[in-house]
Design a protein around this ligand. Structure first.
Ligand SMILES: [Zn+2]
Length: 179
């Protein structure tokens, strides 16, 4: 623990006592002499995920990353955003301080983040993670998305004003004239 005042890397413990689920230590910086307090809390070394069928599996960051990457495939997202998202989720999970966690909790966290990041990715992820019971809710989400897209995509269909054959012919005659 670096000193919060001068960032020096070493300090001595001047007092320590048990508090609730951890240890509170009074420390003094060996460089500037400032006093500060640290709390040590027991952190489970591994986090287990309880699946729908109640089987337990060790939390696997790569697995989560693969799942989210798949949902974000070919979406116009900034490089590294998926890794950042997984970092955030992992940190949140460990912050909960639990040894076991329901798959659903993780799935909900991912969906919450994807919803504000990319709607298509969100729908893809939801279709894999959500229970069959939620299929009506999922359909509603898709319907909303489709209606939004129909409205916004209309001007695009008016864009090609010149038929492609015509432009091709013009290009050829232009090349011929240049020779
Ligand atoms: Zn210091």
């Amino acid at each position: 623990m670096d000193c919060p005042y001068c960032s020096y890397h070493d300090s001595k413990v001047i007092d320590s006592r048990d508090v609730n689920d951890g240890i509170r230590r009074r420390r003094q910086c060996l460089s500037c002499g400032s006093r500060f307090t640290t709390y040590e809390r027991l952190q489970p070394t591994s986090l287990f995920v309880i699946k729908k069928d109640e089987r337990r599996e060790e939390f696997n960051r790569d697995k989560l990353l693969t799942g989210i990457r798949k949902a974000c495939e070919k979406r116009p997202l900034p490089i590294g955003i998926v890794e950042k998202l997984v970092d955030e989720i992992e940190a949140e999970l460990y912050r909960l301080g639990k040894a076991e966690i329901l798959t659903k909790v993780i799935g909900d966290m991912v969906m919450e983040k994807l919803k504000s990041l990319d709607y298509i990715a969100y729908i893809r992820f939801a279709s894999v993670y959500r229970d069959f019971a939620d299929i009506t809710a999922l359909k509603q989400e898709v319907d909303t998305l489709v209606s939004v897209q129909t409205v916004t995509s209309r001007p695009v269909s008016q864009l090609p004003l010149i038929p492609s054959e015509q432009t091709e012919a013009q290009a050829k005659s232009h090349r011929r004239r240049q020779k």
